[in-house]
Write a protein that binds this ligand. Structure first.
Ligand SMILES: Nc1ncnc2c1ncn2[C@@H]1O[C@H](COP(=O)(O)OP(=O)(O)OP(=O)(O)O)[C@@H](O)[C@H]1O
Length: 707
């Protein structure tokens, strides 16, 4: 991605006269506004609104629109000066009055209010957005959903809405609003006694949240997985079906935690279940389970896990999971908790292990009961490995440490099979793909606007992230290809893999080796640098189930459990499933970018630097950069004359032809490089500021002459 500051050079290089209102950089609040006191060559003295005076280079000063409405504009493209401080200030001005949604062209930016705003989401609101032209009403997820819905109906083309943002930014909430609106538009009364499809989709949220969400440092209810919701409509625009696909669950959380985070909600819910379930699953206080007591965080503020358990069961009913299946699911969840409490001691043989004590035996037996598998087989699968060579079969003991690793591996694979998952690495890769898609889309929309207005423009290049995609997934030679190779050689270790990477990519500008690291590597993703540990990597890529675990659970007497571990020929290939994520977004996309205004998760706090960082990474500044490269400021003819007619009042005399008047005015003021569209004047970056500066000069001159 290009350096975002290079964007504004054009806008900044114009000379601003004394008295102009400007933005200058500020270390604490990112951008501060003020007024120019003096201009000495390229040095500009500014009196900031905080009261302090600073001298800055003219290239770092950005014009502030004196006529910008105090409560902001609902679309960034309506800003007279489209630059970073303008965009930031606009979002803040709106956030201060609880206007959390703002457009940047077709992209909806949603700033998390961290407070309920029920008036925004009632049915009355939905009725208003139904069929309203995009941009006619205040920005809203309903408007995005409505536009997508209508395009689907009118053009018969599938649509997708991409909701992105960092953890806690409001993706889940926004998605819920989208689904509510689509259910409202395409709803169909359910047959007597059965639930409607849309209700099932909405109700699938609590189910997924119970099993895939956890408290993290950044969000008390953080989704630890990617989600793809597909809603199908029939010819008449009525919902006909739905599917919710999940991918890439964070699996390490099942057995490894640190303060102040929690494991997946379902574990705590189950421990707070009604007595008959507690008895049946031999459960106890969460503090007694190793997989839960590695942190001191058990309860969530305002959440009653017992109630949540019942609500989850109910939600499972709605999505069509019958009570037998529900029992099987919670049985597996309980089995995982017991599994985690099995400790190991040294056995009689050298380097062997056995369950440590009575307590461990109890948990081993209980886990086997709940998995409905053989106790001895479970013990063996934790403590032994069978190695088959050409000539013989050797049984190898695992020492206590290796037995713990084996136990945790079993817990993770069972839980992830329960949830159907992939790796953290792929989450970043998916984002990369989506980002590229986003760039292309924004670019295309710009082009379409120009074509519609019959504007000439040459192809404007923008930097995309194809290089990162190549680095990661190019065949042969990309990181994944090298990883696959490494996994095929029995002797390769994470160190040899790392060496291979360092060697291969030593000159790649998106790849680097962190100083001091021996086997880590860093990829410069669009959202920032991410360092990966090859150690975990090699392990994770071998997404195999240990053969003993596979055999153990495939033989379970519970058909649900054995179904989680089908034999290899019953299993769908991993590759095809992953590649489908990117291809699904081939449908016409719409974008919602969620922004988290502060890390305290509190209302009414808007941290400039924090927000700016998200706008830069999330592609919002990128979208603006793309439009800056063309003709970012567009003014309908009458508005243009209204604002700038004063620069040459004679052009207005006696003429009713707005187009001719605009042309004459632009000629008179000697502006170069603008274009006249069919309904609007198109200006290059900075030209609006230039015209305003002339107006200011004109006013000053007028005042001087009058004096
Ligand atoms: N539009 C909104 N109105 C009210 N509260 C909101 C809104 N959007 C987000 N929130 C609040 O912010 C919290 C975090 O939002 P959400 O769970 O949607 O984030 P997320 O982006 O899905 O996070 P993660 O990626 O961690 O799952 C919510 O629990 C809710 O309290």
């Amino acid at each position: 991605m290009g350096n975002p500051t290079s964007l504004y050079l054009q806008a900044a290089s114009i000379s601003l006269p004394v008295g102009s209102l400007v933005w200058v950089e500020d270390p604490d609040i990112a951008w501060i506004d003020g007024e120019i006191l003096e201009v000495n060559g390229s040095d500009i003295k500014v009196l900031c609104n905080s009261g302090k005076t600073v001298v800055v280079k003219s290239s770092n000063v950005y014009a502030k629109d004196a006529e910008a409405p105090p409560s902001g504009v609902d679309d960034m493209t309506k800003l007279a000066y489209l630059h970073e401080p303008g965009v930031l200030h606009n979002l803040k001005a709106r956030y201060d009055i609880n206007e959390i949604y703002t457009y940047t062209g077709n992209i909806l930016i949603a700033v998390n209010p961290f407070r309920r705003l029920p008036h925004l989401y009632d049915t009355h609101m939905m009725a208003q957005y139904k069929g309203a032209a995009f941009g006619e009403l205040s920005p809203h997820p309903y408007a995005v959903a409505d536009a997508a819905y209508r395009l689907m109906i009118n053009d018969g083309v599938s649509q997708s809405i991409l909701v992105s943002g960092e953890s806690g930014a409001g993706k889940t909430e926004s998605t819920k609003q989208l689904m509510r609106y689509l259910a409202y538009m395409g709803g169909r009364a359910a047959a007597e006694g059965s639930r409607s499809v849309e209700q099932q989709v909405l109700e699938s949220n609590p189910v997924l949240e119970a099993f895939g969400n956890a408290k993290t440092v950044r969000n008390n209810n953080s989704s630890r997985f990617g989600k793809f919701v597909e809603i199908q409509f029939d010819q008449k625009g009525r919902i006909s079906g739905a599917a919710v696909r999940t991918y890439l669950l964070e699996r390490s959380r099942v057995c490894q935690l640190s303060d102040p985070e929690r494991n997946y909600h379902c574990f705590y819910m189950l421990c707070a279940a009604p007595p008959e379930d507690i008895q049946r699953f031999k459960l106890d206080n969460p503090r007694t389970f190793h997989y839960l007591n590695q942190t001191n965080c058990y309860e969530l503020n305002g959440v009653d896990d017992g109630k949540e358990y019942l609500a989850t069961r109910k939600a499972m009913d709605v999505v069509g999971i019958n009570s037998e299946e529900q029992d099987a699911i919670f049985q597996v969840v309980a089995a995982i908790l017991h599994l985690g409490n099995i400790e190991f001691a040294k056995g009689k043989e050298i380097d062997s292990s056995v369950p440590k004590n009575e307590k461990s035996w109890f948990h081993l037996k209980t886990a086997a009961e709940l998995f409905m598998c053989d106790v001895k087989a479970l013990e063996d699968s934790l403590c032994k490995r069978v190695i088959v060579t050409r000539d013989e079969t050797i049984t190898k003991w695992l020492d206590p440490e290796a037995a713990v690793t084996s136990r945790d591996a079993l817990a993770k694979i069972v839980y992830s099979r329960l949830f159907d998952c992939f790796e953290q690495f792929c989450i970043n890769l998916t984002n990369e793909k989506l980002q590229q898609h986003f760039n292309q889309h924004v670019f295309k929309m710009e082009q379409e606007e120009y074509t519609k207005e019959e504007i000439n423009w040459s192809y404007i290049e923008f930097i995309d992230n194809q290089d990162i995609l190549d680095l990661v997934e190019k065949k042969p030679g990309g990181i994944i290809a090298l990883l696959d190779e490494a996994c095929m050689f029995p002797r390769s270790t994470h160190e040899t893999f790392a060496q291979k990477l360092y060697q291969t990519f030593k000159n790649h500008k998106r790849f680097c080796k962190p100083k001091l690291a021996r086997s880590d590597f860093t990829i410069c993703h669009y959202a920032g640098d991410v360092t990966y540990q090859t150690e975990l990597f090699l392990e994770k890529n071998k997404d195999y189930v240990i053969a003993e675990h596979q055999a153990l659970l495939n033989a379970s007497k519970c058909s649900f459990v054995s179904g989680l571990f089908p034999t290899s020929n019953e299993e769908s290939s991993k590759q095809s499933k992953f590649s489908s994520i990117g291809s699904r977004f081939k449908a016409q996309p719409h974008y919602i970018r969620c922004v988290k205004p502060n890390n305290l998760l509190k209302p009414a706090i808007f941290e400039n630097n924090n927000v700016l960082q998200q706008l830069r990474c999330g592609g919002v500044m990128e979208a603006i950069r793309i439009s800056m490269a063309g003709y970012p400021t567009r003014k309908p003819f009458y508005e243009f004359l209204d604002r700038f007619g004063i620069l040459s009042p004679e052009v207005l005399d006696g003429s009713t032809d707005e187009v001719a008047a605009c042309k004459r005015l632009l000629e008179k003021v000697g502006l170069q490089g603008y274009q006249i569209g069919k309904t609007k004047v198109f200006l290059r970056a900075g030209q609006m500021a230039e015209l305003d500066a002339r107006r200011t000069e004109g006013n000053l001159l007028g005042m001087y002459m009058r004096a």
